[in-house]
Design a protein around this ligand. Structure first.
Ligand code: CA
Ligand code: CA
Length: 196
């Protein structure tokens, strides 16, 4: 009997505690101003008595939703709070699903952006935080820091590659091999003309 209780407490009780609906966000590693980023949120429904799920996600100021690909029952945007809400409900039980959405990044975007959101269910109406990725870093290639990757950056990278300027590894080493050379110039050129 004691062994059974111990087994319950050490094995089944933690599993029961963990068995709640959760959401995990996936962000791309970086963004480029003026482009779109695609973000997904995996909603894992563990309980059998979940018939309503609300996912709330705060969108950075001036970023706009260009598309959201999901089959929720309903979605809405609160422009004051800048919160996008997806609602999924079912008469029997909601099963796990993935929300995917794309945001247009304004040309004025700079620095890193934090994402935050909550998931609420009929069992957990106060909600819990969406876990997973929450920081979106500014993309490499914007060497002069004007929030766009354009021909000026290509020229600056070229100057570094031919050793006219000191290499700026953090901004100009696009392929991440520790040096700034002609490969990075070509990559920045491709980004600047929209091929990457
Ligand atoms: Ca630039
Ligand atoms: Ca490189």
């Amino acid at each position: 009997m004691k062994v059974n209780k111990l087994l319950f407490l050490t094995v089944f009780f933690p599993i029961w505690c963990l068995a709640e609906t959760s959401a995990v966000r996936h962000l791309p590693a970086t963004y480029i101003p003026g482009r779109t980023v695609t973000i997904s949120i995996d909603v894992v429904v563990e309980e059998t008595s979940v018939y309503g799920v609300i996912v709330k996600e705060q969108i950075p100021a001036d970023w706009t939703m260009v598309e959201t690909m999901v089959n929720p029952s309903y979605s809405a945007f609160d422009p004051v709070e800048r919160i996008y809400k997806w609602l999924k409900f079912s008469q029997s039980r909601v099963s796990s699903f993935t929300i995917s959405y794309a945001l247009n990044v304004p040309l004025t975007a700079s620095g890193n952006y934090q994402f935050s959101g909550q998931i609420l269910t009929n069992i957990n109406p106060y909600g819990s935080e969406i876990s997973g990725d929450n920081t979106l870093l500014v993309g490499r290639g914007d060497i002069d820091g004007n929030s766009a990757v354009d021909i000026s950056d290509v020229i600056l990278c070229l100057r570094m590659a031919i050793k006219l300027d000191e290499p700026d590894i953090e901004k100009a080493d696009i392929d991440n091999d520790g040096i700034v050379d002609i490969s990075d110039v070509i990559l920045i050129l491709r980004i600047s003309i929209g091929l990457l």
